[in-house]
Design a protein around this ligand. Sequence first.
Ligand code: WTA
Length: 652
Amino acid sequence: MSTQIAHVLEETRSFPPPPEFQRRARVQSREQYEEMYRRSVEDPDGFWGDIAQEFHWFKRWDRVLNPDNAPFFKWFEGGLTNISYNCLDRHLQGERRTKRAIIWEGEPGDTRTLTYEELHQEVCQFANCLKQLGLKKGDRVAIYMPMIPELPVAMLACARIGAVHSVIFGGFSANAIVDRVHDFQACMIITADGGWRRGHVVELKKAVDEALPKCPSVKNVVVVHRTAQDVTMEPGRDHWWHALMKDASPDCPAEELDAEHPLYILYTSGSTGKPKGILHTTGGYLVGTAATSKYVFDLRDEDVYWCTADIGWVTGHSYIVYGILAIGGTSLMYEGAPNHPHPGRFWEIIDKYQVNVFYTAPTAIRAFAKWGEKWPQQYSLESLRLLGTVGEPINPEAWIWYYKNIGRERCPIVDTWWQTETGMIMITTLPGAAPAKPGSAGLPFFGVDPAIVSEDGEEVDAGHSGLLVVRRPWPAMLRTLYGDDERFQEVYWSKYEQQGWYFTGDGAFRDQNGYFMIIGRIDDVINVSGHRLGTMEIESALVSSPLVAEAAVVGYPHDMKGQGICAFVSVPEGVDVHESDKEVLREHVAHEIGAIAKPDVIRFTEALPKTRSGKIMRRLLRDIAAGKDSHQDTTTLEDFSVLARLRESEES
Ligand code: WTA
């Protein structure tokens, strides 16, 4: 951690918005930002209420924020609305009717464009299919799909009738589907035969088939025909999307839903073995994601916007689908890998569709940098106006590479800090308002009140690191962990219970200029290629193998992924392990969780180093993992007992 702070503090470069950008931006100066910020925190109800008024409410709210039952905050209580209506129907009057809502490019190069009118029709039709299959308001639906237009159609159709969706990232395994479906008791799974990834078919229906025997709550499966390989369809249970849609009526009025009606559940890793089901609701989420889409991406009606995230993560929910469509944007979706069929694919897409705003992750930027400047150099990229990043701290070198080679030194970069839990961007310097500083997320968004505090809740001075908290509620905040109010209170609200602050789990500091810099997670969560993984989750997967007695998983600095996964594994008595067993264990983890959780490095040890009180010496393991490239490691079993004895006093 400390080296990272030193690193970012040394970064004195700062990049003011280009005058051309600034002149047309929504917020054009630090003064204007400060003024709007002041109003937003002095009168948050007025601020958020004004934004909410831009949307459609079947019935207006009685109260913007009800804090009476904190931390179970209620937003826009008494209001009736529908986010699908606000993303679609609201745009059908006037010019947006024929505007492109979604531009889609499949990995093999097939394309599709849906105007607002067409998207509306398809959503209404699919909502009717869902009803026909017996789906009702409040029912839960799992969505396990590739990045194809039917994915946002399915989400918006659920939202339209008040069904609660939970998108499961297509890279997760059958076991991960079982755990999630079981947790929220899905009665339906929407999937596809497969999706394209680097020229190969990812067989989604096959994974669903593997999961289904352990998912008794699921009564119906809807399958999109995408990759056309053979799949098994069980009559009565499995239905082809296109067959259902053939006769479906395009008339489906949106349900009038309570502002606090659940919209979706999205699982994310925490510091225990089981992922947490983050619950987002309707009205506040709409207002928060729309407001940030408007100000952070500074979107104009003619813009083409592209976020490269997968909709399986929160970034795709908020900034491919809901926030962007709520403000009538044109959202580009791409199905496949950035380097298929060549490492210039993204830049080719930007030129092809004249993308103006481009939002991606630091891990992707590091990969582009590695593939070399020659790829973006072959493209004009002149349409680009604004760049963004999200998901993990961006190292200043990657920031500068992005600025020069993609933004061509004329596009501001917004480094956006937020979480699955926050639902919306919380910290980022608005692109026309103030200079960007590489490696620093920057200033809080309107109405957001972050602070850096010590363990006991004292605010720390500028330049000192501490824990990042948020001191007042915001509209897109999570409402609870699905089915587990107690864990919700414990994880996020117990640490600063007296103050009533939300604890983010991140370490951060603030510079003299008020800019926030995020250092990283302080809990047992690691950030691998911008994706959150719990070390305990990977440990539980490992110990379910007969080759493993105990496992300790730690993160270590990784050039491309940000953090790599290193697993220290002790072997049961009498079991002989070989070098090849490392691959067996990696595959085992892929099967239990998904390929993203595969350890980069596995080290077998006689025993895990422990303190006298029996705690695994994680700090020692982190140091060992960071200090040595174990790919070249040839010893099969290591003995850490001497090191452990040397370190005991320090760790306990
Ligand atoms: C990290 C992704 C530094 C952070 C939207 C946070 C970041 C976790 C940034 C949430 C950023 C996200 N700079 N760190 N701009 N954005 N993080 O839930 O540790 O997948 O707590 O949400 O990613 O990850 P999640």
